[in-house]
Every structure is written in C-alpha cells, then in structure tokens.
Design a protein around this ligand. Structure first.
Ligand code: ACO
Length: 431
C-alpha cells in the first residue's frame, strides 16, 4: 500500500531509514538521523541558491511555473489586474480576503493618512549626491525610518506590526518620489491625501510649478495595474532577504531595507532597467541577429535581459498582462520606438533552439520598462517603481514569518572547504 514516506538505504552503513513525506517534501532535519556512527554530525542537504528547498509554509501567493499560473490568496493575477486596484490587492494580501466596501474605505483612509514623512527625512535625503541612484536612496531612507519609529522593534505585538506595515506601504511612494525629485534637482512635492495611491505618487513625481497638474487617468490605471502585478511573488530573492533579515526579529524597516537592496540587483528588480539599456544598445531591429548570436555564445556574459525565470518555465503571466497594458499606454503617450525591437527580439527568441530548450520566456521586466519609459520615468527610477508595490508583499511575508511558530532565526549550514587547524606564523617568518 502507498505510504507517505521515503525509504532510504545508506550504502555506507547498509542501514535503512523511513523519512516522512509531507506536502511533497521531506524535512531536511530528518536527514540528520542518517549517520555513519555516533561521532557523525548526520546527513545534510546541499542546495546553493535554494534551487529545491522550501524555506517556509506560506498561504499568500501561489505560482505554478510550468503552467504559468500566479494567484494572490487564490485569485488569478489576470482577474485582479483587470478588476481590482493596488490598494484592494494590498488589503487582500495582508488580510487573506477581499475587503468589503467599508473595509476598503477604512484601509484606504489609513494608508492615506500615513503618506507623510518626518521633515528630518527630507534633510536626510538632501545629503545624498545629486546623482545618487534612487534605489540606493530608497534603501537607505527606509532603513533610517527605523530610527524614527523605535517602537517598531516590538515585532511580536500585532497592533505595532500592523502600524509599521501601514506606514511602509503608505510612505514608500513618498520616499520614491522624493528620491526622484532629488536626482532632478526639483523641490519635493508633499503627498495630496485627496488623491488615490497611484495618482498621488504620479503627482509627487511629475507636478512642476502648478497645483493644477493632473495625471492622465489611463496612465494612472496602467501604473496601478503594474503595481498589482508586482505586489507579491512568493519566495523571490528580495522577499527571502526580507524574511531572513526579519528572522533576527529586527524591526520591519530594517528587514524591508534588505528587501530593497536585493531588489536593486540586475538579476532581480534591476532587470527592468537593464532591459531598457539593452534595447537602447541594440538600437535597431537590424542589429538583433548579431545581439542574439552574442547572447548564445555567452560573449562577455551577455544575457537577454527580461528573459528567463527561476520558477516560470512557461510564459510569465505578468508579462502577458503588461504586453496588453502597453497598447493602452502608447495610445496616450505615443508608441515607444523600442517596442518594435522588443517584439522582434521576443519573436526571434521564442523560436530559437537556445531559448526554447532552456525554457527562457519573457518575464515581468521585459515590457514594463517600455511602459515606464513612455510615461517619462528615467531608466534609473524603474526599480523604485517595482519596490513601491512590492512593499506590501515584503511586509505581508515578513508578518507571516514572524507569526509562524515553526520559524527561527535563519541560519543555514555550510560545507567547509577551507584549511583546518594550523599554527600562527609571525609576519617576519612568512615566505
Ligand atoms: N539570456 C540568455 N541565457 C540565459 C538567460 C537569459 N536571460 N537566462 C538564463 N540563461 C541560460 C543560462 O546561461 C543557462 O545556460 P546553460 O545551461 O548553458 O548554462 C540556462 O539558461 C539556465 O539559466 P540559469 O542561470 O541556471 O537560471 P536561473 O534560474 O539560475 O536564473 C534568472 C534565473 C536569474 C532570472 C536568469 O534567467 C537571468 O539572469 N535572466 C536575465 C535577468 C532577468 O531578466 N531577471 C529578472 C527576473 S524576474 C524578477 O526578478 C522580477
């Protein structure tokens, strides 16, 4: 009869072991019982970059990478992108259910009343060089927020936790907008709490010299859809960074700053910036074959940025939604001339044996940069546009980790490959 166990024979000792299988996993700690003798530490699992290791149980986001499925709390991303708003999705992620009308109003009002930052934060941001990267500014400033809210250390208290989560979601657009204004040498625009979350952000970024500036509703909608698509993505690099740092029970500002640092990298959220730079470098459709050739030959470690994903081995469902959103944005802004290059790049890559055999498809970052560029955002601001909506994902995952009785401080093992005990040699005797 079938049993939910794994029978293992250790050929070193001929001993047999039964390991329990639960949720398609064995517990790595059970491997420790497999020993060659009393002095043996026990077997470990070696898994650099967590290719096949579940680090937590989570009820927030579901991904089926082979089928291209992404769901937040069970709701398909396509439906949420079409019918919901970023704040409603944020509520859903944080609370597990879609809000009632009243709950949504209360939640919106709570977020709206926390959009302001302490005036000292402005001075703090002024200290950055004129050309500081907005992600460096964002990460440092979010880390600095912990010094403004020392009570945030009380991570075991639900009310305290929820207040910091609200603050982080509410203040992130303000901080991102301030970092942009700083890099442009423009005065900061304070939040306008009469505006919605995304419209307010756009206004803080774009408005100059008039109180009448109004974001185009189609662009507000498109950016809000992009925010929904980026809100969470289960145990990705930045979320794992947030969980790992948060597992030390540090405050959520410090943990979120770790998430921002991870997102900054070109293999993660920094890819949207890298895609745009790549499209600019290619410059013309006629240069695509030569570029693809270099990628395939791994010339100078060149990659087709915006392609490939650790989990999706089929089309990234977010990329599909973004491709549709492109049309609506370009109707307002005019077509981004680089769209033609992107579409042709995708067409060629999707029939090329190199990409097909490695299951490399466009990911969320492949088309998002084109929209951001068409909307007039500078390239180095793109990753901040990812960090704003991902904040709800980071803090929700952080809270799930803090309240999970099975979690402890994250502390992996290693396989030691260095020198063992040797005697110290005084400097004058070293050859
Ligand atoms: N262009 C060309 N070749 C690629 C690409 C790419 N974008 N991505 C992977 N490959 C190749 C690798 O060189 C490797 O080839 P090999 O088998 O000949 O050695 C093979 O495909 C497998 O790739 P891995 O690097 O092992 O895949 P991994 O799961 O570790 O990496 C990652 C995933 C980091 C996303 C990778 O595909 C990549 O670097 N893509 C470009 C950057 C990017 O778009 N990142 C955004 C990801 S989405 C997000 O974070 C929001």
């Amino acid at each position: 009869m079938a049993q939910d166990t794994l029978s293992v024979t250790d050929n070193r000792t001929d001993k047999k072991y039964e390991l329990k299988i639960e949720n398609g996993c064995i517990r790595a700690i059970d491997l420790r019982t497999i020993k060659t003798g009393a002095d043996d530490f026990g077997l470990m699992a070696y898994d650099p970059a967590f290719l096949n290791t579940a680090n937590c149980k989570s009820a927030i986001t579901f991904i089926d990478g082979d089928k291209g499925i992404l769901e937040y709390r069970g709701y398909p991303i396509e439906q949420l992108a079409e019918k919901s708003t970023h704040l409603e999705v944020s509520y859903l992620l944080m609370n597990g259910e879609l809000p009632t009308k009243q709950q949504l109003e209360d939640y919106t009002s709570k977020i709206t009343t926390h959009t302001y930052v302490h005036e000292n934060i402005k001075q703090f941001m002024d200290g950055f060089r004129y050309d500081a990267h907005p992600m460096s500014m964002l990460g440092s400033t979010v880390a600095a927020l912990s010094s403004f809210y020392p009570e945030a250390k009380n991570v075991k208290n639900k009310d305290v936790r929820r207040l910091q989560m609200t603050r982080l979601i509410a203040k992130m657009p303000t901080l991102a907008a301030f970092s942009h204004r700083h890099s442009q040498g423009l005065p900061y625009i304070y939040p306008n709490n009469d505006l919605g979350y995304t419209e307010n952000f756009l206004t803080m970024v774009k408005s100059i010299g008039t109180t009448k500036w109004k974001a185009h509703p189609a662009l507000v909608k498109a950016l809000d859809i992009l925010f929904i698509l980026h809100a969470d993505h289960e145990q990705n690099c930045s979320t794992t960074a947030t969980r790992v740092v948060g597992s030390s029970e540090v405050d959520p500002y410090s943990a979120t700053a770790a998430g921002i640092a991870a997102l900054y990298g070109p293999l993660h959220g920094g890819a949207n910036e890298a895609v745009l730079r790549m499209l600019r470098e290619i410059g013309d459709v006629k240069h695509i074959p030569e570029f693809i050739k270099k990628v395939k030959e791994k010339d100078g470690d060149k990659k087709l940025m915006g392609f490939g994903h650790r989990v999706y081995k089929n089309y990234d469902p977010r990329a599909k939604v973004i491709k549709q959103a492109c049309d609506e944005v370009f109707e307002v802004t005019g077509k981004n001339p680089r769209l033609e290059i992107a579409v042709e790049l995708e067409r060629i890559a999707l029939q090329d044996e190199y990409f097909v055999s490695r299951k490399l498809y466009p990911n969320v970052d492949f088309y998002s940069g084109l929209i951001y560029e068409a909307m007039g955002f500078p390239v180095d601001f793109f990753t901040s546009l990812f960090a704003i909506p991902r904040t709800v994902g980071w803090v929700t995952q952080w809270e799930e980790m803090i309240t999970d009785g099975e979690q402890k401080i994250a502390r992996p093992r290693q396989i030691f490959t260095g020198q063992r005990k040797r005697d110290y040699v005084p400097v004058e005797k070293r050859g």
